[in-house]
Design a protein around this ligand. Structure first.
Ligand code: PHE
Length: 383
């Protein structure tokens, strides 16, 4: 039988039996002192083995218990068979007493270890060495969609519901798509390096920049397809703005473009009003204010009646009763010239909505920087 814990130990002995497999006579332990010494050895061995047990390793605990208390071949049984039974009547008193003492010590120690493991929260069926399948699994905390993502998806949903499809475009653009084809000529102030991020490229390579708006996708789309066009383009845009509570060097827009043979200012206004009511509630009123963009004519700023005071005037709308939402207008016929569309036959409208701005209004957020800091205390409010 194995001598518990003896694995790996090399005994240079001709008799390979462990001490508890031999009789006391064979071991030469006949005096009470010699017998006590043998018991002390066994006990020290047990203490060393249990001291090595990891607190929650129930498989190892079970192995130790079986090796020492196993009915058929445990150490305690072996001592009873080999030391006690063959002993002389005088020896029996000493051996019997020592064996009882050893057995009590082994049982008590193993029981204490089991209780300790249980207190550490790992007992029950697992004590048998398996897993407790009735315990709940390890739950991985699910994140939430960022409020910008949620707002973008809501905007997409609204425009999808009236026949727009969603397309995306590159964030790196040529000046042609970002400016020229949108009727923003070479000398226009928006092209200043102060306003735009240009990529630093080897001398002689064509200029590239980070798009300052999603409008370049108007051009890409009209180059690729013939009317009717009804698209929205969500995506990230870049400007050389210093960060403050309403500015960020990177933010998001959703561009809209509708071009067909029979689109009038009525379709433009109807679409804008539908969007505003869907996004801000059915009672919201819409106002178009004259504005200017090189690629729309006429151009407008779309305002909504203040969601906080319903137009009566309050601090949020700075007592105007109206809040500016986004820029829009009828596509300037000059733009059709860049994409080989027939300006005499076609007409359309476009808009560019700031996603952060919409999210700030909807959730009452006063600082745009909160969206980018990714503080979970902020983000968890949008679960
Ligand atoms: N591209 C414009 C901007 O970023 C917004 C806009 C888009 C205005 C489409 C009119 C039509 O300010």
């Amino acid at each position: 039988m194995p001598w518990p814990g003896a694995a790996g130990t090399l005994f240079l002995m001709t008799d390979e039996r462990t001490p508890v497999e031999r009789t006391l006579a064979e071991l030469g332990a006949t005096s009470p002192e010699a017998i006590a010494a043998r018991f002390a050895e066994v006990r020290a061995r047990f203490d060393a083995e249990t001291a090595r047990l990891a607190p929650c390793d129930l498989a190892a605990w079970t192995a130790v218990r079986n090796a020492w208390l196993g009915r058929a071949s445990g150490v305690i049984t072996a001592i009873g068979d080999n030391w006690l039974k063959p002993a002389t009547p005088e020896q029996k008193r000493v051996v019997g007493k020592s064996l009882n003492g050893l057995k009590a010590h082994v049982e008590r120690t193993l029981e204490e270890l089991r209780a300790r493991a249980e207190a550490a929260g790992d007992a029950g069926p697992a004590a048998a060495g398996g897993s407790d399948l009735s315990l709940p699994g390890v739950r991985r905390a699910l994140g939430t969609r960022h409020p910008i993502r949620q707002t973008r998806e809501e905007l997409e949903r609204i425009f999808r519901s009236i026949g727009f499809s969603v397309v995306e475009g590159p964030e790196i653009e040529t000046p042609y798509y970002n400016f020229e084809a949108l009727n923003i000529p070479e000398h226009h102030p928006a092209r200043d390096t102060m306003d735009t991020f240009y990529l630093s490229l080897p001398k002689g390579s064509p200029e590239l920049l980070l798009r300052t708006h999603t409008s370049p996708m108007q051009i890409h789309t009209m180059e690729r397809q013939q009317p009717p066009v009804r698209i929205v383009v969500p995506g990230r845009v870049y400007r050389r703005d210093n960060p403050d509570s309403t500015h960020s060097f990177a933010f998001h827009q959703i561009e809209g473009l509708a071009v067909d043979t029979d689109i009038t200012f009525c379709e433009f206004k109807g679409t804008v009003e539908y969007f505003v009511r869907e996004f801000l509630g059915p009672k919201t009123r819409t106002r178009l204010r004259p504005s200017y963009f090189p690629f729309t004519e006429p151009s407008a700023e779309v305002d909504a009646s203040c969601f906080a005071c319903d137009g009566r005037g309050c601090r949020i709308c700075k007592h105007a009763g109206w809040i500016e939402l986004f820029g829009a207008g009828m596509v300037d016929p000059a733009v059709y010239g860049f994409v080989n569309y027939d300006a005499k036959r076609l007409s359309g409208f476009a808009f560019g909505i700031g996603v952060e701005r919409m999210a700030m209004m909807r959730y009452g957020i006063s600082d745009i920087q909160l969206f980018y800091q990714n503080d979970v205390r902020f983000l968890r409010q949008f679960e």
